[in-house]
Design a protein around this ligand. Structure first.
Ligand SMILES: Nc1ncnc2c1ncn2[C@@H]1O[C@H](COP(=O)(O)OP(=O)(O)OP(=O)(O)O)[C@@H](O)[C@H]1O
Ligand SMILES: [Mg+2]
Length: 1042
């Protein structure tokens, strides 16, 4: 329940404190500014026009309000509609919703909202939906023909509407009846500045297609029609074209046939065209002024459309036939009279067309008489009007409002009284203003203003508005609610605002001054008989049916009832209707004159609250008890205020409520206990209760917070404690486990020792000395056997170059394994050697000798290893000439090669053939074959070579040799390794001595008696290409670059 808490201002004015105009306005303004447009006075809804679309409507909101009771949610029109509908459906009480307020205050919108709510919540089904659709679609049709733009409202309803929606026992709509009141027909021929004629005229011209326009003989331009105000043909935010389509389809939905729609549009067009009929003066022979129609074509067209001869129409417009019992007199009308007749005809056609449309809708939506129905009436009627110049229309409108106020007071009080009776509470009389006296002043059958007006209209003799006023002055001179110049003068009261032709009535909502001019005329509301007869003669079926009194056969001299009498009757019927139903009120308020959102004019609203009698309303409502509530919800809301009922109450609701108020020591005058409800007299008490509740809520909130925080801390503590226990348990466990493990291991060890010791002690007698040794030998032998057998199966290949060998499985076999490896290797080598032929052995011996001499000493040695020694490099075998050069005694030539000889004196190089035999080295000049130098191997004292890759070597000879006188030789061989190896072997063989081979870069060479020091330098090629250059360095130095 948001009645007070969290609301903007007070949501129910009954709770307003102090109850005065100012705070009431401030409350409405405050709420309006916060977009809270709805406020209650008890079950009366005040609606302030927001002039903007608020997001508070639609199915979502309907669903919300449908499920809650009146005060549970914010004030809303849906809440009111819901109460009405549920009461109708569930309690079988017929309802009426009375919507009143100024023009533009939002009555029609409110009625549509109510209808849409009811349509949304009531039953569903194909037929039900069709009925709903018909009811809802009646709105656009009635608005097109009955609404117009006025200065106050762009979509002002210019008629009063009461619609009964009828439901079956389940609450599904069956149909309805619409009653319309007092269409403002003067608008058809004349509009105030800034206003428009009825929407349908503009919709027709804008929305009809060319074909339809042609058929209706109309032009699209509104400026061609006198009855349409030229200055305003469009209304902002209103699309006449699409509205016309909507009206056509709505008519179709309601059940108008195409023919009927067309005829309605034809009659509408006829009204427009009548306005263009221009009348002119015509003079008759007898000098009396007469009139005629100026534009023949226009009247022709109208005649064609009506199905009437244009002459007959002209005659009806321009003359008047007076019938008496004996004779028939035709008089011509002057232009003014004829224009009046034309306008009267237009107004009558239109207003009758409107009535016809309402009846036609009723025909479609009416419900069969046999069915039992529940009824919800929605009244959307003009509110209290005070204009600058108030005439007959304002008089009847205000009369109607006066009657509605009467209904309101009686019904509200009645309801209040009924409730008190129902609840068994003694009823104290409420002091309120009863407007019955004003109603009487107007409607009294013999002495009421309306009765006087009728009397004046029917009275023979000279009758005028002045005589009517005089009559009133005479009759009501002493009436408290009637004033005029005459009565004021009589009381010596001077008032310049009161005109001579005016009278004033003090309505419940304020004083209104009416101008009596044209009261008589408007009340008579007569159409010349000629015109109605002419219309009846027309062949247009709809038009003809609108004027049944034109039928000559039905001629009766009895006057039709006057407008005032008709209105009074319909108001009486309406009142009867309303009294039979449960009323629900919607009071609409217009917040500003400019149709602007967000603007709140306090003065304007103040006037309206007065007209609407809102303060009065609150007072009446508060006359008894300001607030009432059923025991259950009341206890639910306030039980927290008493220790007996909080936090639990198991007794009866009423007893609980009594306990609560007792504990709060509320004055007994402030309270009354009904059968189902508690009543609180003044809002102050309710505010006190609310304040107490607010404080208590704070206390409770603190209590809840406290309890919650305590609980949370406790829970947290418990959790931590539990966790701590788990952790320490785990920790202790693991520590103990570790300790246990250690102890267990020690125990086992001790056990093992003890057992071992015991076992040894027990089994010692079985032991023989050496058994362990035997055992270990056996084990050793067996693993040795296993090792050797495994080795046998796993021997590497016999390739001598393969040095792989399986690893020993145990460390103890390591040395043996190495030994075996050596053995295997040697065996492999022996096998290899056994396979060699003597020749291969010799080759290998030579290679072995070369290795001993040069391995690791000379750079060219590694290259020479894979190349087999060839011996003959000059083709000695095939050259007998050369063969001859050797001494045959020396045996075969070991080496034959072309070498280079370096001249020790000048360093020049020359070629020589070198032959090595078993006993000699022979050097032969290649150019001349003689003389050759023969050096016996026994005279070779040594050889010097460099460590480079070159082929330079020095052959040192012993001094005593035959060739020694010549000195040592400096030679260059391309196969120096082979040559020197073979030479060394030959020397060994010949002399049994090792040939000394010196590897050096500096050596001296004997030359004749002196010696030359040779220094070998490595050139960029490193001696590989065999090139070398010699440079003399002084007299006994030679630098050789290899
Ligand atoms: N609840 C609402 N939400 C939004 N706009 C609204 C609401 N009520 C009224 N209006 C606006 O105010 C305008 C006038 O409302 P409405 O036609 O219902 O007034 P009225 O009281 O029926 O006037 P009249 O007596 O002239 O027919 C509407 O056209 C609409 O623009
Ligand atoms: Mg309206």
């Amino acid at each position: 329940m948001t009645l007070l808490e969290g609301s903007v201002g007070v949501e129910d004015l009954v709770l307003l404190e102090p109850l005065e105009q100012e705070p009431l306005l401030r409350n409405l303004q405050l709420r309006y500014e916060k977009k809270e447009i709805y406020t209650y006075i008890g079950n009366v809804l005040i609606s302030v026009n927001p002039y903007q679309q608020l997001p508070i409507y639609g199915l979502e909101f309907i669903a919300k309000y449908r499920d809650y009771t009146f005060y549970e949610l914010k004030p809303h029109i849906y809440a009111l509609a819901n109460v009405a509908y549920q009461s109708l459906r569930d309690r079988d009480r017929d309802q009426c919703i009375l919507i009143t307020g100024e023009s533009g205050s939002g009555k029609t919108e409110a009625s549509k909202l109510v209808m849409s709510y009811v349509a949304a919540v009531c039953g569903k089904g194909e037929q039900v939906n069709a009925v709903k659709e018909q009811l809802l679609q009646s709105n656009p049709v009635l608005e097109a023909f009955g609404n117009a733009k006025t200065i106050r409202n762009n979509n002002s309803s210019r008629f009063g509407k009461y619609m009964d929606i009828e439901f079956d026992f389940k609450g599904s709509p069956l149909g309805g009846v619409i009653t319309n009141y007092l269409l403002e027909k003067s608008r058809v021929v004349k509009q105030l500045e800034g206003e428009r004629n009825f929407h349908i005229f503009y919709q027709l011209l804008a929305g009809a297609d060319a074909h339809l326009l042609k058929a209706l003989k109309l032009e699209r331009d509104t400026s061609g029609y006198t009855y349409l105000n030229q200055k305003v043909s469009r209304v902002d935010g209103m699309d006449d074209t699409s509205n016309f389509k909507a009206v056509q389809s709505a008519m179709a939905v309601i059940g108008f046939s195409e023919e009927e729609i067309h005829q309605v549009l034809e009659v509408t067009a006829l009204v427009l065209k009548l306005g263009n009929v221009e009348l002119a003066d015509e003079f008759q022979a007898n000098g009396i002024s007469a009139s005629g129609i100026r534009d023949g074509r226009g009247i022709q067209e109208i005649g064609e459309m009506m199905g009437l001869k244009s002459e007959e129409l002209e005659k009806a417009l321009c003359s008047r036939t007076m019938k008496t019992a004996k004779e028939k007199v035709v008089t011509a009308l002057n232009v003014i009279q004829a224009q009046y007749a034309r306008d009267a005809l237009a107004k009558n056609i239109y207003s009758r067309l409107f009535n016809w449309i309402v009846n036609r809708i009723n025909e479609s939506i009416k419900v069969g008489t046999g069915e039992k129905k529940k009824v919800m009436g929605v009244l959307d009627i003009y509110g209290f009007e005070i204009l600058e110049d108030n005439s007959f229309e304002q008089f009847v409108i205000n009369y109607c409002n006066e009657k509605l106020q009467q209904v309101f007071i009686e019904m509200t009080l009645k309801e209040e009284q009924e409730e008190y009776e129902r609840e068994g509470i003694p009823w104290t009389k409420v002091d309120y203003f009863d407007n019955g006296i004003i109603c009487n002043l107007i409607e009294h059958n013999q002495r009421g203003i309306l009765a006087m007006l009728d009397e004046e209209c029917l009275r023979p003799g000279v009758v005028s508005d002045t005589t009517f006023l005089a009559k009133l002055n005479q009759l009501f001179s002493k009436h408290n609610h009637y004033e005029s110049k005459v009565t004021q003068n009589a009381q010596r009261h001077y008032d310049h605002t009161m005109g001579l032709s005016s009278f004033r009535i003090c309505h419940y909502a304020g004083k209104v001054t009416y101008n009596v001019n044209s009261f008589i005329d408007k009340n008579n509301d007569l159409l010349f008989r000629d015109l109605s007869e002419a219309m009846w003669k027309a062949r247009h079926p709809l038009l003809r049916s609108l004027f049944p009194e034109g039928d000559p056969k039905q001629t009766s001299l009895k006057r039709p009832p006057t407008a005032g009498a008709q209105f009074k009757n319909s108001v009486a019927i309406l009142m009867k209707n309303l009294y039979s139903k449960n009323p629900n009120y919607i009071r609409c308020i217009k917040p500003n004159e400019h149709q602007q959102q967000g603007q709140f004019s306090s003065e304007l609203v103040a006037i309206q609250t007065r007209y609407l009698g809102l303060l009065e309303n609150v007072r009446v409502r508060r006359a008894g008890y300001a607030y009432r509530q059923r025991y259950g919800p009341f206890l639910e809301r306030y039980r927290l205020l008493s220790r007996s009922t909080w936090p639990r109450w198991n007794g009866e609701d009423r007893e609980g409520v009594e306990k609560v108020v007792e504990e709060l020591s509320l004055s007994s005058e402030e309270l009354a206990f009904g059968k189902t409800k508690i009543f609180i007299r003044s809002p102050k008490t309710l505010f006190f209760l609310e304040e107490q509740r607010r404080l208590r809520l704070q206390q409770l909130a603190t209590l809840i917070q406290k309890t919650y925080r305590g609980w949370r801390c406790r829970a947290h503590y418990q959790l931590m404690r539990k966790s701590q226990i788990v952790i320490s348990a785990w920790f202790r466990g693991s520590r103990q486990k570790k300790q246990y493990g250690k102890i267990k291991a020690s125990v086992l060890l001790i056990q093992a020792f003890v057992r071992g010791w015991k076992a040894r002690k027990d089994y010692r007698k079985y032991f023989r000395s050496g058994a362990a040794l035997t055992l270990s030998n056996f084990i050793y032998n067996s693993i040795t056997q296993k090792f050797l057998l495994g080795l046998k199966d796993n021997l590497p290949s016999t390739n001598v170059l393969d040095s792989t060998w399986p690893a020993a499985p145990y460390r103890c076999f390591h040395a043996a394994n190495q030994e075996l490896r050596q053995l295997f290797y040697r065996w492999k080598c022996k096998k290899f050697r056994d396979r060699l032929s003597p020749k291969q052995v010799e080759i290998l011996r030579e290679k072995l000798c070369a290795s001993e001499l040069f391995k690791g000493k000379k750079a060219s040695y590694p290259q020479s290893v894979p190349i087999p020694f060839h011996g003959d490099y000059i083709g000695l075998q095939g050259n007998p000439k050369l063969q001859k050069l050797t001494n045959g005694s020396d045996g075969p030539v070991l080496m034959a090669e072309t070498v280079k000889k370096v001249n020790r004196g000048n360093g020049k190089i020359s070629s020589r053939i070198l032959l090595l035999t078993k006993g000699h080295v022979i050097l032969i000049d290649t150019k001349k074959s003689q003389p050759k130098i023969v050096i016996g191997l026994d005279s070779v004292a040594g050889v010097s070579v460099t460590s480079f890759k070159d082929g330079l070597f020095s052959l040192h000879l012993s001094e005593i040799s035959s060739v020694g006188s010549k000195g040592d030789f400096l030679l260059v061989s391309e196969h120096v390794i082979e040559l020197l190896t073979r030479m060394s072997r030959a020397v060994l063989h010949a002399t049994q001595k090792q040939l000394p081979v010196t590897v050096t870069e500096n050596f001296s060479v004997r030359f004749k008696e002196s010696s030359v020091t040779v220094k070998v330098i490595q050139g960029p090629e490193g001696g590989r290409n065999g090139k070398l250059s010699c440079k003399k360095k002084g007299s006994c130095g030679l630098e050789v670059t290899v």
